[in-house]
Design a protein around this ligand. Structure first.
Ligand SMILES: Nc1ncnc2c1ncn2[C@@H]1O[C@H](COP(=O)(O)OP(=O)(O)OP(=O)(O)O)[C@@H](O)[C@H]1O
Ligand SMILES: O=C(O)c1ccc[n+]([C@@H]2O[C@H](COP(=O)([O-])O)[C@@H](O)[C@H]2O)c1
Length: 196
């Protein structure tokens, strides 16, 4: 089986925290590939994304350009509606029976796994790879055993970057250089994303 990390996200915009999480998970868990999958509508976020789906996908393409193990997939943008991971995993498992999927998530998402749609069924279909984020310690003892048993926690340097902070910095005229890859930076500037 080809091992694939499912790196889902809003990617509004994609930043170095996402890329380092994906690369660290790939190496630590022996993944053959990581697939970046932008959500159409993220299930647990209240606000609509600031950039539209095609812009968020384009930024992902630019960020992973020339990375041989990384791919971008538009399954959730094409499907529309709320982007429940179980729907994506089921369709990817049907389309790619030669691949074994694991879901890569940061600690904020690890902690809210009990709230995910059909989580018991999802936890039966995939394992989760959890990476730590600053200010979001993972306390596995707070999770039900059926989730805890399906998570592998990996270490990576804590990266204090979030898309929220990047959008805030653009809005207030501060620099986002070196928080995102150069080709994402130029796309944001050229399209005047997040300015208001
Ligand atoms: N700095 C980071 N370190 C590790 N994981 C991260 C980091 N930023 C995001 N992630 C993880 O990447 C996935 C997608 O994140 P998302 O696209 O929502 O980015 P975000 O920076 O959390 O966005 P926002 O600030 O808009 O909520 C989630 O599993 C999230 O936990
Ligand atoms: O399926 C769910 O109920 C669910 C709830 C919260 C988050 N997710 C997925 O987790 C990934 C990261 O989400 P987010 O909101 O941090 O961008 C993304 O692929 C989401 O679709 C999925």
């Amino acid at each position: 089986m080809i091992k694939v990390g499912f790196m889902g996200g809003t990617f509004d915009p994609i930043h170095y925290g996402h890329l380092l999480a994906a690369e660290t998970a790939r190496e630590a868990c022996g993944l053959d590939e990581v697939w970046f999958i932008p959500s159409f509508r993220p299930p647990l976020k209240e606000n609509e994304p600031g950039a539209d789906g095609s812009q968020r996908l384009e930024m992902v393409y630019r960020a992973i350009d020339f990375q041989p193990h990384f791919r971008a997939m538009d399954v959730e943008l094409e499907r529309g509606g709320t982007s429940f991971s179980i729907d994506s995993i089921k369709s990817l498992q049907a389309l790619y029976p030669d691949r074994e999927f694991s879901i890569i998530i940061g600690s904020d998402r690890v902690n809210d796994l009990p709230k995910w749609h059909l989580i018991e069924e999802l936890a039966g279909l995939v394992r989760f790879i959890g990476v730590e984020r600053p200010d979001e310690p993972i306390d596995l003892s707070l999770l039900p055993a059926f989730i805890r048993d399906r998570i592998d926690l990996i270490k990576m340097p804590l990266i204090e970057i979030s898309s929220t902070e990047i959008r805030r910095r653009v809005r207030t005229g501060q620099s986002i250089r070196f928080l995102v890859p150069e080709k994402v930076y130029s796309f944001i500037k050229r399209n005047q994303l997040y300015e208001s």
